[in-house]
Design a protein around this ligand. Structure first.
Ligand SMILES: Cc1cc2nc3c(=O)[nH]c(=O)nc-3n(C[C@H](O)[C@H](O)[C@H](O)COP(=O)(O)OP(=O)(O)OC[C@H]3O[C@@H](n4cnc5c(N)ncnc54)[C@H](O)[C@@H]3O)c2cc1C
Length: 397
């Protein structure tokens, strides 16, 4: 029989994992403010649904912000453990060519979420929808709003996984920062991560080329080089070749007004290889064919180079390898795939309990950590959820 009551706030992947770990031994309740659980999890499934990644060990830790507590959680519950857990609850996965882990073909995000929720319900986890955490009472117990009535939730331990600041329509937003500040917990304002960047294109360029994919490019930024794809957008650039550079760009933008990147549009050809393609007859109208580039890239070059430079194929080839771009800002938090900020890592102990209020633990994106896309975000949520669940199983043995 369960002896301890644990109340979790937030129905995202981090709390669902913590609830799963606790459900064998304890009375577990999840309070979710929305009508459904896991809405951001489902949004994550709209594109490529990367449930985790294949990398393990040091390579895995390197993907995350440098935080020993987070790294400990990742070591305790790594990517292989996530796949094993998913398999145990009936979701088979496969590793894609990029190392990203996906659910097996024909398994939809809703199927994955349903399997997780069904498993929890079978294990006796009680789910309370439309219950919004709003504040703490004077004994630092959470108060929820349900049917216009406020109630204090009585439990032995509380876990919060209210999410980061991105995509507020999925339920997670910055409203929870204030109640935590009020109980003396330091929070850091949300900033965008894994987001697009603003680049000043001319309006005529935007109209013509927004939506154009930039395939097989490499972006250089402050000593980092990232190969991948991006898309030219109304506002600038978006895509997996830029997301992992966002932490560096964000840091630069806190120190100066703009950040500079360069794009190599031919990362698989050296400058010598490009130069070798140039014959006496090559004219700008043949650039697209000779260098295998899109009209959009030609247009970018036309705008940046003098007429003389543009007409000279050698200068043009050189430019293709080093196209400078000035980033004026990051896209807003609401549009980002993830955020940094939230609960200050120094305010939690190694088990993610609030140092000032050890009857409260924090999991998932609510904590201030960063990671790129590719399954690392969900893995961070699963790892912190697992660690908190397991530590509480030991604490309330
Ligand atoms: C477009 C997009 C694509 C993504 N793709 C991927 C991907 O492929 N792979 C990957 O690893 N990650 C991906 N992510 C990121 C991933 O979805 C998140 O990192 C993850 O969902 C965070 O989990 P969480 O449990 O911390 O918070 P959330 O999933 O945000 O869950 C928090 C929950 O708390 C609830 N809540 C908020 N406030 C309250 C309150 N006051 N009271 C009660 N409940 C409350 C919310 O309604 C929500 O259900 C993607 C994100 C987006 C936006």
């Amino acid at each position: 029989m369960p002896t301890t009551k644990v109340a979790l706030f937030g129905g995202g992947p981090a709390c669902l994992m913590a609830a799963y770990q606790l459900s064998e031994r304890h009375e577990v309740h999840i309070f979710e403010k929305g009508k459904r659980l896991g809405r951001k999890f489902l949004v994550a499934g709209n594109g490529g649904f990367n449930l985790t990644n294949e990398v393990e060990g040091t390579a895995l830790l390197k993907a995350y912000s440098d935080d020993s507590k987070l790294h400990n959680a990742l070591n305790q519950f790594s990517t292989g453990n996530t796949r094993q857990w998913l398999s145990e609850i009936g979701i088979e996965t496969f590793i894609g060519s990029s190392g990203r882990v996906f659910p097996k073909k024909d398994v939809k995000p809703t199927d994955v979420l349903k399997k997780i929720v069904d498993t929890l319900e079978k294990k006796g986890v009680q789910i309370h929808l439309n219950h919004a955490f709003i504040s703490f009472d004077t004994a630092f117990k959470p108060r929820v709003l349900f049917n216009e009535t406020e109630t204090t939730i009585e439990a032995d331990h509380y876990i919060f996984g209210l999410g980061g600041g991105s995509w507020p329509k999925t339920g997670s937003n910055s409203a929870w920062l204030e109640p935590f500040n009020e109980i003396g917990v330091k929070t850091i304002p949300f900033r965008a991560s894994n987001c697009g960047v603003n680049v000043e294109w001319g309006s005529d360029f935007k109209e013509k080329y927004a939506g154009t994919p930039l395939k097989n490019i490499a972006i250089h930024a402050y000593g980092q080089i990232l190969k991948g794809e991006a898309v030219l957008t109304e506002y600038g650039l978006e895509g997996n070749a830029i997301y992992p550079l966002v932490p560096t760009i964000r840091k630069v933008l806190t120190e100066q007004n703009t950040a500079e990147i360069t794009i190599d549009f031919k990362p698989n050809s050296s400058l010598e290889m490009l130069q070798a393609k140039i014959t006496g007859a090559i004219k700008p109208k043949n650039y697209a064919f000779t260098f295998k580039i899109t009209k959009a890239v030609q247009e970018i070059a036309k705008r940046a180079l003098t007429k003389e430079q543009y007409l000279n194929p050698h200068t043009f080839a050189n430019y293709l390898k080093n196209v400078p771009m000035t980033i004026s800002s990051l896209r807003p938090v609401a549009e980002a795939i993830s955020t940094v900020g939230g609960i200050n890592m120094d305010d939690v102990d190694v088990q993610f309990r609030l140092i000032k209020h050890p009857h409260i633990s924090i999991v998932g994106e609510m904590l201030d950590w960063d990671a790129p896309t590719g399954g690392f975000l969900l893995q961070g949520c699963f790892s912190t959820g697992y660690l908190v669940g397991e530590c509480l199983n030991k604490q309330y043995n």
